[in-house]
Design a protein around this ligand. Sequence first.
Ligand SMILES: [Zn+2]
Length: 222
Amino acid sequence: MAELQFFTGTMDSGKSTLALQTNHNRAQRGLVGRIFTSRDRAGTAMLSSRLGLQHDAIEVDQDFHFWRYVVDELTRGARVDYLVCDEAQFYTRDQVEQLAKVVDELQLDVFAFGILTDFRSELFPGSARLVELADHTHVLQVEALCWCGKRATHNARTEDGVMVVEGEVIVVGDVEVTGGQDTAAPAPEVSYEVLCRQHHRRRMTAARAHAVALGAEPLPFG
Ligand SMILES: [Zn+2]
């Protein structure tokens, strides 16, 4: 029986590496799959991992339709045995429902990989729908660590080095992809960091903890 499986974890938990490995293992056995991603760090139409591996991928934008795509491929005689879907947190609820339909009606295995919550520690809509619909949800065992050494369970966004908990949900890498307002101020430098829940709550990034340790900043309580 085909299954919809969701593999989730924080930003540095090795999801894209596992996505590439999942594809590799099946390709080695002679199976033919399709790889999808959305707003990957290496740019569009590319699945890349922090370990440096990468693979061509089909870009999933808001208008992409998984069901129609797979049916069209099968209709033209192409072989499709499984789908590997990275950055699934960026998919719409509709797109996740299309994936479930591909599993049920076409009996193809779907392996989805994505972050569970955004920098505000709220569920991404695509990830929420995956948790609701997946046959199995796996929390990745390669655990990222907070600067304090505890298990990192939360994703933090910093702008010019300061942690923020409000703003556009989707800002990838160092590039602002939303907005587009012409303002005099330059776009802030956006980056991400994984933290334990306590340090996410206290907005205590590694840089700030360092500043506190040097006595440059008082210790916050919260
Ligand atoms: Zn911590």
